[in-house]
Design a protein around this ligand. Structure first.
Ligand code: C2E
Ligand code: MG
Ligand code: MG
Length: 498
């Protein structure tokens, strides 16, 4: 009797542990799918916002802009222009010989965007996909945007729906009987022995109207060997917990070291020359932060974002600026046309004291604002009035402003035109694509066209070979270049020797 009870208690305990694991797995899957759906939706919104009211509708430079946006997107396959319910042109198809009428939308979202699910592509009906349109822009979601869902072997069915469940954006697996009304949603636990396990999660109220429902059917999990799973699960969990503790300790100490390095003035600065591509004449230097921790160089692509997340971005920029002016002031005084370009973060541009810091820094060294160029990345929120106002003030004071890593973000060309930057720096991934990837070379041609249209200088990053230099020179004889071919970033003592 006792052993039978013991056995039953064992099975019950195993079953509860197993249920807990199924629920955890399901909740994890649901959260991942929701996060992914939000990324896809945000990218569509970002692209639509960046393309809205661009250059003249479907002009050559308008299509060029759409192509640049498209090249840098992950989940979008095409982006086009609409007018009076007709598709006029797109990045992939160019200007259509005749505008094509859009079918009636399946749904109009809270944001006003019109949506189509599983629609035949307007240009070629063999292509089926999702579309979203707002203002004069339409984006086509890539067919593989949700690859990897549902996670293979998980036995999970899921769907992405509006908050009220009335509109289904996407389905995964068997979803005909998966709806909000079914037991188990709305926070009611389905009970340990309910047959199916279900979970629902939604985007925050202020975000897109989007929820994800996921379910594991009982036949998918009931046969799992409970005891083995629970033992393995417990071991794996304790191992993971150990890893987490180690990771936190490690991350904690990296942060402490970085804080010490920034506040203690241990960050070094290296200088990389910028040169006229045609004459190879020096035009300036970019100041690049360097950090050596425990005998190893840490990439600025890692420590700069970490410093920014720790609220130390402004301290870092100020240190790099002071150091650069200390190292280069004599050289800049000798040749007043030279400049040093400094990477700034959005925190700098939101800081009311930044302008005075820069003005003091140049005057202390007997320099003028034109000796400093400020590199702001395309990701900088120029739609923020304070940021745009600061950029304009700095320009009015005589500082140069460069748009760094151009082509990797989603620049709204209106902002670019409004702030009248001195130069755009084409990201080095496009230079890498020369002679390798046709789309990359196409984009270079288009960015050259944009820079001409906006009358902005062009600086090309990442020039490593003579072949790349020749290719670029042919297309833009006035371009400035930066890259291994023209000089690597070096400490000041090596620069002085050149
Ligand atoms: P960035 O501003 O685009 O800087 C150019 C990056 O390209 C540098 O990487 C440089 O070493 C690298 N580079 C230059 N020419 C070539 C080339 O021909 N081939 C290749 N493969 N790479 C080349 P680095 O120094 O690793 O810096 C990475 C990024 O970190 C910078 O990109 C910049 O966004 C950021 N960063 C660096 N220093 C600072 C700083 O003081 N403040 C801020 N806010 N960001 C910084
Ligand atoms: Mg830069
Ligand atoms: Mg760059």
């Amino acid at each position: 009797m006792m052993s039978a009870l013991g056995f039953l208690a064992g099975v019950l305990a195993g079953r509860l542990i197993e249920l807990g694991q199924v629920d955890d797995r399901l909740a994890g899957h649901n959260a991942r799918l929701l996060a992914h759906a939000l990324r896809v939706s945000q990218e569509s919104h970002r692209l639509i916002a960046a393309a809205t009211h661009g250059a003249a509708l479907c002009s050559e430079s308008d299509i060029a802009t759409l192509r640049v946006l498209l090249f840098n997107s992950t989940f979008i396959r095409d982006i086009g222009r609409t007018q009076d319910g007709m598709l006029r042109c797109s990045a992939a198809w160019g200007e259509l010989p005749e505008p094509l009428r859009l079918p009636p939308p399946s749904f109009t979202a809270r944001s006003g965007a019109q949506l189509w699910t599983g629609a035949a592509n307007i240009v070629d009906r063999r292509i089926i996909g999702d579309m979203a349109a707002q203002h004069d822009v339409i984006v086509f979601t890539a067919p593989g945007a949700f690859d990897g869902f549902p996670e293979p072997g998980s036995g999970i069915d899921a769907k992405i729906v509006t908050r009220d469940g009335a509109y289904v954006y996407r389905r995964f697996g068997r979803t005909h009987d998966l709806d909000l009304a079914a037991a188990g949603f709305d926070g009611q636990a389905a009970g340990a022995f309910a047959s199916d396990r279900r979970v629902r999660a939604c985007a925050p109220e202020a975000g897109p109207d989007l929820c994800v429902l996921s379910r594991v059917r009982s036949d998918a999990w009931f046969q799992l060997p409970a005891m083995v799973l629970s033992v393995v699960g417990a071991l794996a969990l304790s191992f993971l917990a150990g890893l987490c503790v180690m990771w936190r300790l490690h991350a904690g100490s990296a942060k402490t070291e970085l804080r010490k390095a920034i506040l203690g003035g241990e960050i070094q600065v290296h200088y990389q020359p910028l040169r006229q591509l045609a004459s190879r004449r020096l035009t300036g230097f970019e100041a690049l932060a360097r950090w050596r921790a425990r005998g190893r160089d840490v990439s600025p692509s890692l420590f700069v974002p970490l410093a920014e997340a720790m609220g130390l971005g402004r301290a870092l920029s100020r240190q790099v600026t002071s150091q650069a002016l200390r190292d280069l002031h004599e050289r800049l005084q000798e040749d007043p046309a030279l400049y040093v370009s400094i990477n700034v973060s959005s925190a700098d541009l939101k800081d009311a004291g930044y302008r005075n810091f820069l003005l003091d820094a140049v005057s202390e060294r007997g320099l003028s604002p034109a000796n400093i160029a400020l590199e702001i990345t395309e990701g900088t929120p120029l739609s923020d009035g304070h940021v745009m106002a600061m950029v304009k003030t700095l320009r009015a004071k005589g500082f140069k402003v460069f748009i760094d890593d151009f082509g990797t973000g989603h620049s709204n060309l209106n902002y670019l035109a409004e702030m009248q930057a001195d130069a755009i720096k084409l990201d080095r991934r496009f230079t890498n694509a020369i002679g390798v990837e046709q789309a990359g070379s196409l984009i270079i041609d288009h960015v050259i066209a944009i820079s001409r249209e906006l009358r902005i200088n062009l600086i090309i990053e990442g020039i490593e070979t003579e072949e790349q230099a020749r290719y670029l020179l042919e297309r833009q004889p006035g371009a400035i270049g930066q890259g291994w071919l023209l000089g690597r970033p070096v400490p000041i003592r090596e620069l002085a020797a050149k």
